[in-house]
Design a protein around this ligand. Sequence first.
Ligand SMILES: *Cc1c(COP(=O)(O)O)cnc(C)c1O
Length: 390
Amino acid sequence: MSARIDDAPASGDAGPARDEAWFASRATPGIRGLKAYDPGHDLVAFRRRFGELALVELGSNENPYGPSADARAAILDQLHALHRYPDPLGGDLKRALAAVHGVPIERLMLGNGSHELLMQLAQAFAGPGQDVVFPRHGFAVFALATQAAGATTRIAEPLPRDAAMPLGHDLEAVLAAITPATRLVYLANPNNPTGTWFGRQALAGFLARVPGEVIVVVDEAYAEMADAPDYGSALERLDAHPNLVVTRTFSKAYGLAGLRVGYLLAAPGLVAVMERLRESFNVNGLALAACEAALGDTAHLRWACERNAEQRASLAAALQARGLEVFPSQTNFILVGFGRDAGPIEAALAERGVVLRPMGGYGLPDCLRISVGNPDENRRLLAALDEVMA
Ligand SMILES: *Cc1c(COP(=O)(O)O)cnc(C)c1O
């Protein structure tokens, strides 16, 4: 017997309330325990409140100089084609990247930011009952990716705070954390949020000792900015280690964070498996064109990296002169220790329109992460800091 229409709930009847906890109970085990990525402050609200020019945004490690002018021109050039789908293969950009890195195109995969690729690596290669190893104070996305895939997190403790590379990755500890259940290792080099790095020799020794069936992901979001003599990209080891994946991004040195483009380099077989997961048009047409153009402007890239290195050195010296703990950095940010809970300092700076990144979520509540701005931004940051610390 079918229900009469009068028995149906009146339209607008909400039915039983289904809150986040209820939907979480319906989600896969990995998602159930997951906390969404914390982007820091609501920057749109800040811009509205202070005005974009008054605001000093040093919380997200963006490039204060912006992208190559060629990237902007390439975007304008693409505006006639907004009704078309982008190239699902990203062929032109991949060919340009292949030329830059001297690798065949089969070793490359594009992502909607490297964040997407880091998530999909766990989705493809780790799951329930399997381990993913990464260092404490490693990039926040590693934990998210692991949990979302339903895999088990195994944390390697960092080097001590008084080591030559304070809070740097302890590659011996990473090796020791690998078990027969380990499928994936994530390392950022240089690392966010510590700014620390490990050298080319250390990486070669590490890769030689990792079991060949464990996939090692080296996230090199800041590689273009690293200029320490001992730093070496993992790309140099790609031929020797088919279990190695290197991720890069256009968000930092190339100044194109707003376009969301990252890429990975790995063995062609690994790329082919990852391609099964990729959303067909994951990188949009404006982004493809702009990144290809940006790659061609090596002078702009070099210029921005040189400005960053200069400003990083002078900002680090200025912070050190104020008695603060300044961690070594090969990136476009500096981790700074305040010797006490840095929360109130961060909040007071935010009230003055200076946005930094609090580190409580990374287990470093006495620290703040400060992106290296342009000279004017760094001056305004230091002036506000002096006011707040007085
Ligand atoms: C900023 C950053 C990224 C870049 O992420 P995108 O999604 O490419 O913008 C990746 N890894 C680390 C360690 C970062 O700091």
